[in-house]
Design a protein around this ligand. Structure first.
Ligand code: PLP
Length: 403
């Protein structure tokens, strides 16, 4: 018999993907330039030239077996060494190649980290608003995902609710900063408080509790924003990184797990990742892509457009009366919908060819997410549509005497 659980998931596709598909259909009708598609986090800035040059050089003038052959199961040794050296330089932790495992993006990294530190029945806690894919990422390991309700004033961690939900069954805490969908970064104060809390609980329960830090947006941090390197604060931490957003390479499926050298079983966890791969049929990312990213591990694409877009949208939307916590990074923002039902709001927005994502599936009903990884010219052209939408809500309020 076919697996009924996966069959049931077909009917519950990601709302982001469904709206993105709608945007594609609508583009065929009225032209892509006329559809303001704020749905999917597909980076829009070009890949750094240094990456492309390296890729061409590898493909044309290196030993085909080295470039196109199987990678060792933990990743190519020289690549792991270069990534460890880059992390040492940038964050001051004593990473060596033994702490690095190459993965297919952050998704692959989180899949391995979760399996390395939980068994079926364990609990994993995350914080709303959260990336909806955490549901399948965690639940399909057999562990149980628990979601702490949001602190909608700041979108930092809601410690009061977190402490209430915490029990000896929690083996891992999964965080994402800079955050998709809120765009905020967890402050040094938040990370310190989280680390102190987990250390206390480790002592109380007498077992390790891992902090899995999902960081695909680590390099997209705006000027002057406090965005600490999480692993610097907690020994049992596993960093899940991706080059998808920093180098604009989501289709190349490349990232890594970096286990904190101070973690009790650091080297063992990395070795175990190779075995987890065997179990889930994950093979290391393509050798040529590993070799190319290793050369540009300290670089990013020109990410400045995201901050420009954020400032334009934040200014415009708050001016129109939307309430929104100002993003500190990523290419997302997360305003409150002007009516309780964000699904209804996003439906109304479609009238103006504004495609926005209701945040119910991010654990934060009443809000919506905008992925503004598009040209600034397009962001500017979308502003009249937001004005028309806001005007419609003003009329609704006036008619109902709420203005
Ligand atoms: N985690 C978060 C928070 C994300 O936003 C994404 C992708 O958008 C991922 C993980 C998966 O990233 P990757 O494409 O590197 O697998």
């Amino acid at each position: 018999m076919i697996n009924q659980e996966y069959k049931a998931m077909i009917g519950k596709k990601s709302v982001i993907r469904e709206l993105a598909e709608y945007a594609t259909r609508r583009s065929e009708e009225i032209g892509r330039e006329n559809v303001f598609d704020y749905t999917i986090g597909n980076p829009s800035v070009p890949v750094p030239q240094a990456f492309t040059d390296k890729l061409v050089e590898l493909a044309t003038s290196h030993d085909p077996v080295a470039v196109h052959g199987y990678s060792p199961s933990l990743g190519i040794t020289s690549v792991r060494e270069k990534i460890a050296a880059s992390l040492r330089r940038r964050f001051g932790l004593e990473y060596r190649k033994e702490h690095i495992f190459m993965t297919s993006g952050a998704a692959g990294a989180v899949a391995h980290a979760l399996r390395a530190v939980t068994v079926p029945g364990d609990e994993v806690i995350t914080f709303a608003p959260y990336f909806p894919e955490y549901n399948p990422y965690v639940n399909k390991t057999g562990a149980v995902l628990k979601i702490v309700p949001p602190d909608t004033e700041t979108f930092q961690i809601n410690f009061e609710e977190f402490e209430k939900m915490f029990s000896s069954k929690v083996m891992a805490v999964l965080i994402n900063t800079p955050n998709n969908p809120s765009g905020i970064t967890y402050s040094t104060e938040t990370i310190k408080k989280l680390a102190a809390f987990l250390e206390d609980r480790e002592r109380e329960y007498g077992h390790d509790i891992y902090l899995i830090s999902d960081e695909p947006y680590r390099e997209i941090v705006f000027k002057g924003v406090d965005a600490p390197y999480v692993a610097g604060f907690y020994h049992n931490s596993i960093t899940c990184y991706s080059f998808s957003k920093s180098l604009s390479l989501p289709g190349e499926r490349i990232g890594y797990v970096a286990v904190n050298p101070a973690c009790r079983d650091a080297k063992l966890i990395v070795e175990m990742c190779g075995q987890i791969s065997r179990g889930i049929g994950h093979n290391c990312p393509p050798s040529i892509i590993q070799l190319a990213v290793a050369e540009v591990a300290d670089l990013t694409a020109d990410l400045s457009v995201y901050e420009t877009n954020m400032n334009i949208l934040y200014h415009e939307l708050t001016g129109l009366g939307f309430s929104c916590v100002k993003p500190g990074g990523t290419f997302y923002m997360f305003p409150k919908a002007p009516e309780e039902d964000a699904v209804a709001f996003c439906k109304r927005a479609l009238k103006y060819d504004l495609i926005l994502v209701p945040a119910d599936s991010f654990g934060c009903p009443g809000y919506f997410r905008m992925a503004y990884c598009m040209s600034t010219e397009k962001v500017r052209r979308s502003l009249p549509a937001f004005r028309k939408l806001a005007a419609e809500y003003r009329q609704i309020r006036e008619r109902s005497g709420q203005a």
